[in-house]
Design a binder for this molecule. Sequence first.
Ligand code: RUB
Length: 335
Amino acid sequence: MNPSVNDTARTGELAALELVAEDIRSMKIRGAGRIARAASEALSALARDYHGGSYEGLLEALRSGARTLMGTRPTAVSLRNALLMTLSNAELAPDLGSLRAEVMERSSRFVTGSLSAVDRIARNGKVLIDAGSRVMTHCNSDAALSLIEAAFTDGRVNGVIATESRPWRQGHLTVRRLASKGMPVTLIVDSASNSLMAEVGAVVIGADTITADGHLVNKIGTSMVALAARNAGVPVIVCAETYKFSMWAKKGSDVVIEDRGPEEVADPLSSSDLPGVSFLNPVFDITPPDHITHIVTEDGIISPRDAASVIERMAAMMFEGGNAGPASGYWFEGL
Ligand code: RUB
């Protein structure tokens, strides 16, 4: 049976999801974990509010919604994993009511698990910071900041150097959050990170994607900070929930790096003030495993060389049972 494309109820529900998609595209919602949770919750709301009355209609709306969300930002694998963990095998539900309930239940499990993973990363990873250290962070990562805050509470961190993180200046969010918790925090421009590396005991950063061979994809500039840390003998600690590991990327170059508009680079000038100048604005970069000391996940601390085993466990859960059940691959065509 074909769902009606003129189903106005469905159009309305997808319009709500489109608002979330637009918030992700425009970076009102940003950061790999927040994007993942917002996308999962948008599918849950779509299932909850679907009034079209047909099982196939809801399936088609979910599929279309997942494609829209998937098209918002290309780099963070957290988005794709969130969509799949929310939808995988939901199509096996026997009727409309159970399909709706299944998607809402999966989403709620994903969101709860994602939030608790951040807390567990903080608990698992704080021991990696020597007592009384100053640490450096780049961009604005909930996972990294949670670890830093937990280490601060334990007296392991006595101050933070935060990069500005051009062009979006997510570093401003970072310094506001840490200062509000009473932490001594210093904001620097990205290009000062090498000069100040000798003053820190560890670099603590987040992740958008981790590939099977242990490459990290994270905010542009991460690879520069990690290189400076390696040169100075400073450990680089990456905080990554297991859903930041990619089943689709064997190596760094398999990950699509998002390019954003020239106005973000030209700012505060306007690109029209600069005739004849072209712009490049890649907003993520790739750090090799040799420049990463530890990856902290909710399940424990691993070496980047062990990334493939995390991915194997996740794939087993998604495809062969466990939380996500035996996957039929229905959703994978669209994603
Ligand atoms: C954010 C960024 C963060 C990771 C991890 O980039 O690179 O380091 O997403 O964040 P953007 P979290 O601002 O372009 O989304 O730990 O919060 O998931």
